[in-house]
Each structure stands twice: as structure tokens, then as C-alpha cells.
Ligand binder design. Structure first.
Ligand SMILES: O=C(O)CCC(=O)C(=O)O
Ligand SMILES: [Fe+2]
Length: 328
């Protein structure tokens, strides 16, 4: 590790401190090799029935897929990743802005505490809808944060709509079904510094996303693991690809046709890793329930209707920040 870059930070250590080592049963242990069967879908080719089939098959088998040639420019992505790297390097990440108002939450590694054990991660999250209003309360530092991140999210939103509409086609819902009541509800950005022993630590605990879909950028450093057939599989990292996953709200709308898979993030010993997760979610007052078109006498509704904000509240979907994020 080059001297000076990591300074005297909490992660600049030779050994994992005991308050970062998870108990035996939760530790990742030996990391599995990258799974080469997780679908990589190329949007640079024709957007046709075959592409729709690939998306649906991946969403049923894995709940995850990667997309290359997705149309969001490399420059916008690079700019956004650089802004977040700069943000995490700031010596002070206070969420009070000059007018005393903010809608974002920064979590240091010790903000998370389960039985005295911390995640090997720092995090920032904030709401993103309606974008023009929300962004006025995002971080003021780095100076270009609001401009760069809002540009990124506008592009990601377009890409997310394309995915949702292809999914609609694939499962027999009218195109545009989600347009009226979906939004980029939350941006969740994770910074995982290099860790001296990744077998002991976790970047994010196992969880399902409380979204319709999540569009994740992870750069070229792997660390995402997905639960498949009761085993963790490792998702490969492809520069500039997006990882897309089905969240539990789309599992419900699809009446269980599509699968929201459990996932987690592990650390690595050589490189810092950044992941940018944009959660496209139902709007807070939306009633989430299986779509009428997918409920029949032979295939009755498998989930009860719930108002999305109630779901978020009851499941504490955004961890300790759940209440703050809902008030924003
Ligand atoms: O860092 C990752 O790859 C996973 C991030 C994630 O699952 C999340 O932010 O919800
Ligand atoms: Fe997630």
C-alpha cells in the first residue's frame, strides 16, 4: 500500500482488529471463484425477443445479470466514480450543509455495530426523487457532487426504464406499467478499503434490495456475491458494465415469477472498491401487490398488498437510516 494515501485511517492496519472480524458462521472464509455462468447481456445488439428472453431467464435463475453496452457514457460513469472517491477521501464528511439542512447520511465503518462487530465499509446514501428538489440538499463537497451525480442518475433512470419495460414485455405486463409509480428512490454508495484478511470481514451483510430493480456500478474490482442454490457465487467485475438485480418489490409485482436474490459484499486485500447502487423503487404511497394480469384462479396472488412506505418502515429497509430517509 503506498504510504500516505491511506494515512492513519481505520483501515490502514496490518491485521484485522477483532471488532471487524465476524463470528465463524457469518465469515466469508475462502472466497469462491468468479461465476462464469451469470448472464452478461449485450445491449449493443438488437433489442429483440431474444434479449427479452435473456433478461427474464437471468431474473428467474439468478435474480441478477450484467449489462454491457448499456448506453450510459463511460465519461459520465468515470466522473461519478471519481466524485465518490473524492467524497470518501474528505477528512470530514458532515451531513450538515451551510443552511443546516441535508437529506443524506454518511456512515463510517463503526456506524454499523452488530454485537460489537463493524462492517469493512464507509457509505453514503440519499433520496433522489424528485431529482431537482432533492439534489439541493445533497453534499456540497466535492463542489461538483450535485451536478455530476444528478447527470449520472438521469442516465441511469433512462436505462432502468428500458430494463423495466423489457421485463414488462417478458412477463406479460403492458409496456409502461411501472412508469407512473416508480422513481430512483435511493442512491447507496459503498467504499470498501483494502482489507488485510478478507476471509474475516464483510462489506455488506446478506440482504435483499427493497427496490423494483437496482442498477449497480462496481467498476473493475469484484466483491459482490449472490446466493444461488444455497451457495454464494461471486459476480465478476467488468469495467463499465452495470449489474442489475431484481428487488423484492418486483418479485411481488411479478407474483413470484422473478426472483429477488440475497446478496452481500466481501472485501479484498489489494484494491479499494467502490460500488454505486441506484435503487429504482415504487413511490412511497404505491400499493405493492401482484399485478392483476399475473393473478389467475390457477395462480393466485402469493403476496399481500402493502403500501411501499409501510414496507420500508416495517422492514427497516435502509437500516439505521430508515426513518431519516423516509422523512427526507
Ligand atoms: O457492493 C456491492 O457490490 C453490493 C452493494 C449492495 O448490495 C447495495 O448497496 O445494496
Ligand atoms: Fe444490495
Amino acid at each position: 500500500m503506498p504510504a500516505g494515501i491511506y494515512g492513519s485511517s481505520w483501515y490502514n492496519v496490518q491485521e484485522v482488529p477483532s471488532n471487524y472480524a465476524f463470528p465463524e458462521e457469518d465469515r466469508p472464509g475462502q472466497l469462491p471463484p468468479v461465476c462464469h455462468t451469470l448472464p452478461i447481456i449485450d445491449f449493443g445488439k438488437a433489442i429483440d425477443a431474444d434479449l427479452v428472453n435473456q433478461i427474464i431467464k437471468a431474473s428467474q435463475e439468478y435474480g441478477f445479470f450484467q449489462v454491457i453496452n448499456h448506453g450510459v457514457s463511460d465519461d459520465i460513469i468515470r466522473d461519478t466514480a471519481d466524485i465518490f472517491k473524492e467524497f470518501f477521501e474528505l477528512p470530514v464528511k458532515t451531513s450538515r450543509n451551510s443552511r443546516g439542512r441535508s437529506n443524506w447520511a454518511y456512515a463510517s465503518s463503526t456506524s454499523f455495530n452488530r454485537d460489537g462487530i463493524h462492517l469493512w465499509r464507509e457509505n453514503i446514501k440519499h433520496p433522489c426523487h424528485p431529482l431537482k428538489e432533492c439534489m439541493q440538499q445533497w453534499p456540497e463537497n466535492p463542489a461538483r457532487y450535485r451536478e455530476v451525480v444528478s447527470t449520472y442518475l438521469t442516465e441511469v433512470r433512462k436505462f432502468g426504464n428500458t430494463i423495466l419495460n423489457l421485463i414488462c414485455k417478458g412477463i406479460g405486463l403492458e409496456v409502461g406499467y411501472f412508469d407512473r409509480f416508480s422513481e430512483i428512490g435511493l442512491l447507496n454508495v459503498n467504499s470498501y478499503p483494502p482489507c488485510p484478511d478478507p476471509s474475516l470481514t464483510l462489506g455488506i451483510l446478506r440482504h435483499h434490495d427493497p427496490s423494483l430493480i437496482t442498477i449497480l456500478y462496481q467498476g473493475n474490482v469484484p466483491g459482490l456475491q449472490v446466493m444461488k442454490d444455497e451457495k454464494w457465487i461471486a459476480v465478476g467485475a467488468m469495467p463499465n458494465a452495470f449489474v442489475v438485480n431484481i428487488g423484492n418489490q418486483l418479485e411481488i409485482f411479478s407474483n413470484g415469477l422473478l426472483k429477488s436474490a440475497e446478496h452481500r459484499a466481501v472485501t479484498n486485500s489489494s484494491e479499494a472498491r467502490l460500488s454505486i447502487a441506484a435503487l429504482i423503487s415504487p413511490s412511497p404511497d404505491c400499493i405493492v401487490e401482484p399485478a392483476q394480469a399475473l393473478v389467475t384462479e390457477l395462480n393466485p396472488a402469493r403476496y399481500k398488498p402493502t403500501m411501499y412506505k409501510e414496507f420500508v418502515h416495517c422492514s427497516r429497509a435502509f437500516g439505521d437510516d430508515t426513518e431519516a430517509m423516509q422523512r427526507a
